[in-house]
Write a protein that binds this ligand. Structure first.
Ligand SMILES: Nc1ncnc2c1ncn2[C@@H]1O[C@H](COP(=O)(O)OP(=O)(O)OP(=O)(O)O)[C@@H](O)[C@H]1O
Ligand SMILES: [Mg+2]
Length: 546
């Protein structure tokens, strides 16, 4: 088996190169990047920046184009300097590992050629030590526009100093699609067939599921994981899905943006918010095959806007249990805290991975914070952040896969109008402070959670005293009272909780203005998550009329 797998890369390259061009005809979406690369080269774009993790796939594609157009393909990396594609021996010519010298040689060469510079991003990012390379690249752009030479930079991240923005064309090279994995699996099956002791037992359905499970991996990662499963137990079957899945968890972890969230929250742990619960319950079967047959589209998602600590995140956690779907937490905030250069690639990968394990709930928590980062992005990061957000918004409106996006936000002023427009999400819910009845339920939930029988407490006194409290503040009052009585060595009573309530200044008092502005915004624009208590509604009406 091993010898067989070891041999594969060489064979692989020819097959991959062939297959890429076949795909062009079959798959217009995937073809566009591979085909566009050739179009850009033919149109003599001097510098093309290909964004991809898959250097080998890009190199194969370029080799194919170079052969067809009778050009040489010359590769550069910091360790090998300039080498002809396919030649294993590194060029030992002095200076050619130096980026400026290498770029000089690109200008000087008179032959038609495609140059592939691998992992060149450390030299194109805005940094003082890169001044010479950046300047040289601009000279290359000028010199090459009138030649039969093209410089292709391939890197998993886009890092471009602003001086280069006009000189360089960025092209995204997407991850392999179903047909690429299909071919990979076919080749593996062929190789394995030569070994009697190895077995592949896949029904057409299993095969489809395995390929689906591999979506979101690079071709190399998929090949590794398939090889791993065969080497482990001597065969490849539907059971190996779990290995593919664990490979994917690795990616989820590495991407830093997605996180598997093991939710233990159930819908009964949420007090109030009955309208929202009803809406969610109605959609619990909407992802099934039966629903599809019935003519129902998969729900797209919902946005929960509202006051802090009132159960927005709690609902996201409960929904995955209710629908029996995995929950992926999408940390939008972290996307911008890290190096922005890699964000575009990261968000695309996050989306592909989420789609590949669909049906899934994608929980985009505190989405307003991420959007806040995108404002003024043109001045701070060359517009990367804004581009990332628009990638996300475009995906939201075009997505076909059953990925239910549950977004939460506190601050509506930070949200772009595109997000609020109908069509992107199914519904916008406004989560207000809990009314009296809801506070009663929340007290009961949190008392029970701490092994206290709510019947032993004067709930109406607690509800009355906690007017204006959020769910989180109600919970906090119970916990803080428990600390008090534990210290005093006595059992918890109503009076202890009332004491804790008296000591709390609720957010609704310190942030009264913000909350009424939020309510006024929600009126007519969002659906209320709770059945509204008449007093609040009347107060709001009066305010609006003034
Ligand atoms: N309606 C509720 N029912 C039961 N518990 C609640 C409710 N609302 C809030 N809580 C309690 O408060 C905690 C915080 O709530 P949650 O994280 O859902 O707030 P949030 O609306 O997401 O706030 P933020 O806007 O600050 O993120 C919950 O973990 C839960 O224990
Ligand atoms: Mg929250």
């Amino acid at each position: 088996m091993n010898s067989n797998c070891d041999k594969t890369p060489a064979k692989n390259s020819d097959r991959q190169a062939m297959s890429e061009s076949k795909t062009e005809k079959k798959n217009p979406v995937r073809a566009s990047a591979a085909a566009e690369l050739e179009i850009l080269i033919r149109a003599r774009y001097p510098i093309i920046y290909v964004v991809s993790w898959e250097e080998t796939r890009v190199e194969h594609r370029l080799k194919e184009i170079a052969d067809r157009r009778k050009k040489q393909l010359i590769c550069w990396s910091v360790t090998t300097g300039l080498t002809k594609s396919g030649s294993m021996a590194p060029s030992r010519q002095k200076g050619l590992a130096d980026p400026v010298e290498a770029l000089d040689s690109v200008i000087e060469n008179k032959e038609p050629a495609i140059y592939l510079f691998k992992d060149f991003h450390p030299f194109t990012r805005p940094r003082e030590s890169n001044v010479a390379v950046i300047r040289k690249l601009r000279e290359v752009a000028l010199a090459l526009s009138d030649s039969y030479k093209t410089l292709v930079i391939c890197s998993p991240v886009v890092e471009l100093s602003s001086e280069l923005e006009k000189a360089v064309t960025v092209l995204d090279y997407p991850l392999p699609d179903v047909s690429a994995f299909d071919r990979l699996l076919a080749r593996i099956c062929e190789d394995v067939a030569a070994h009697a002791q190895l077995k592949i037992s896949l029904t057409p359905e299993d095969r489809e599921r395995l390929i689906q499970a591999a979506l979101g991996l690079t071709l190399q990662e998929a090949e590794n994981v398939f090889a791993k499963t065969i080497v482990t137990d001597g065969h490849l079957s539907a059971e190996d899905m779990s290995i593919v899945f664990s490979e994917k968890q690795q990616i989820i972890r590495k991407s830093g943006l997605l996180e598997y969230y093991e939710s233990t929250t159930e819908i009964k742990d949420i007090g109030g918010l009955e309208q929202l619960k009803k809406w969610l319950k109605k959609r619990s079967l909407a992802f099934s095959e039966k629903a599809k047959q019935f003519g129902l589209p998969s729900p797209k998602g919902a946005l929960l806007v509202g006051v802090q600590g009132c159960g927005k995140s709690l609902c996201a956690k409960a929904v995955s249990r209710m629908w029996n779907m995995p929950l992926l937490r999408f940390d939008m905030g972290r996307m911008f805290a890290s190096l922005v250069g890699s964000s575009e690639e990261n968000i695309r990968r996050a989306i592909t991975v989420a789609e590949s394990i669909a049906p899934v709930v994608l929980w985009a928590d505190e989405i307003d914070k991420a959007f806040a980062g995108s404002q003024g992005s043109a001045n701070t990061d060359g517009g990367t952040t804004a581009r990332v957000m628009s990638t996300f918004l475009t995906w939201l409106s075009e997505k076909q896969a059953p990925v239910f996006v549950l977004a939460t936000a506190n601050n509506i002023s930070q949200l772009p109008p595109e997000l609020l427009r109908k069509g992107r999400l199914d519904e916008i819910f406004f989560v207000d402070l809990p009314n009296a009845a809801e506070r009663g339920q929340i007290f009961q939930i949190h008392l029970r959670k701490r092994n206290r029988n709510p019947k032993g407490f004067d709930l109406s006194a607690l509800v009355q005293a906690s007017e204006g409290f959020s769910g989180a503040e109600v919970e906090e009052a119970v916990i803080s009272a428990l600390y008090d009585v534990f210290y005093k060595g006595k059992e918890l009573e109503t009076e202890d909780i009332l004491g804790a309530i008296r000591e709390t200044v609720p957010l609704s008092r310190t942030m009264a203005e913000g909350i009424s502005a939020l309510r006024a915004w929600a009126e007519g624009r969002a659906r209320f998550a709770s059945f509204r208590d008449e007093v609040t509604a009347a107060a709001l009406r009066r305010k609006l009329e003034m």
